[in-house]
Design a protein around this ligand. Structure first.
Ligand code: ADP
Length: 216
């Protein structure tokens, strides 16, 4: 089962990707996460990506395409994968189609996470996560049960993403609006697109995904 998650920054697709990956026992591949690791490790890719990510701009197509190309041929993708954050524009989508057909694979479903910009800005600028286990919280919507202590692992150290500040967020949303419309149309035309009202709670959205997966 090969699945794509489309959605603006803050639409909750990362959370759902992790949940669905666990349920289906397939990997969730987040280009954003891979890129953040490369930046942390100061690799060549990281050096190219850093300034663009900090400005909320897209990293060059060749860089992310290479990341995906190397990742989807790995053994754990045999039964399928979830792509979170890729493709981000039509060029990437067309390259992905080519890549998959060479591997005799295809996309089975594309979920589009739909949510208003007002909510998105709050979700992103309020977002922080546990430094140790990565559990994600939000200043406005989801604080840990005990303030300053991670619900999942008890750690007291938290961090925010470098690009989760208001100026960068606005730019990320602009880039998203500009490049994603064509993508949505593309997958709609191919009859692969399912839109999900991403304003609902995480468990409810997850139910919608599971129901939809049963129809494949
Ligand atoms: P968000 O969707 O919340 O912006 P991501 O973690 O998906 O967060 O991406 C963070 C940043 O990584 C993006 O702003 C962009 O600079 C870069 N990036 C991630 N995926 C891609 C992609 N497919 N193409 C180009 N740049 C990407």
């Amino acid at each position: 089962m090969n699945i794509i998650f489309l959605g603006a920054p803050g639409s909750g697709k990362g959370t759902q990707a992790a949940m669905l990956a666990k349920e289906l026992n397939i990997p969730a591949i987040s280009t954003g996460e891979v890129l953040r690791k490369e930046v942390d490790q100061q690799t060549e890719i990281g050096k190219i990506a850093k300034s663009r990510m900090e400005l909320g701009k897209l990293v060059p197509d060749e860089v992310v395409v290479d990341i995906i190309k190397n990742r989807i041929v790995k053994l754990d993708c045999d039964k399928g994968f979830i792509l979170d954050g890729f493709p981000r524009n039509l060029t990437q989508a067309l390259i992905l189609d080519e890549m998959l057909s060479e591997l005799n694979k295809r996309i089975d479903r594309v979920f589009n996470f739909d949510v208003s910009e007002e909510v998105l800005i709050k979700r992103i600028s309020g977002r922080f996560s546990c430094k140790k286990c990565g559990t994600v919280y939000n200043r406005y919507f989801r604080q840990p049960a005990k303030e300053g202590v991670c619900d999942n692992c008890g750690s007291i150290e938290f961090e925010s993403r470098n690009d989760d500040n208001e100026a960068t967020v606005k730019n990320r949303l602009k880039v998203y609006r500009e490049s994603t419309f064509a993508l949505i149309q593309f997958y709609q035309k191919n009859n692969l697109l399912v839109s999900v009202a991403a304003i609902e709670s995480a468990p409810l959205i997850f139910e919608v995904l599971i129901k939809s997966m049963k129809t494949i």
